[in-house]
Design a protein around this ligand. Structure first.
Ligand code: ZN
Length: 97
């Protein structure tokens, strides 16, 4: 896992909510070294956008972008399963500030 604490302080990712993505894609993340650009598709309703954000955040926390031992399907399943923990961590980090 990467150093998650720094993520929440906005140093290691930036979220774009205004870039339309193709239909069927709820969110995407583009890594650049230790910096991640998260794109959340504005075409979808808030509940889906929120789910997409925590899905992408889970990929980042789990280090999926640098793990070549798992398939994309395995990573997606892992990210989905990790969402409750990502939500919990996110709230925890927020309340520390
Ligand atoms: Zn995914």
């Amino acid at each position: 896992m990467i150093e998650t604490r720094r993520l929440i302080e906005g140093q290691d990712y930036y979220i774009y909510y205004d870039v339309p993505l193709p239909n069927g894609i709820h969110g995407a993340t583009v890594p650049d070294g230790n910096f991640y650009s998260i794109y959340i598709n504005p075409r979808y309703p808030q509940s889906i956008r929120e789910h997409a954000f925590f899905h992408e955040l889970s990929h980042i926390i789990l280090g999926h972008f640098w793990d070549e031992t798992k398939t994309a399907e395995e990573k997606d399943a892992e990210a989905e399963a990790f969402i409750p923990e990502a939500r919990r961590l996110y709230v925890e980090w927020k309340s520390d500030d």
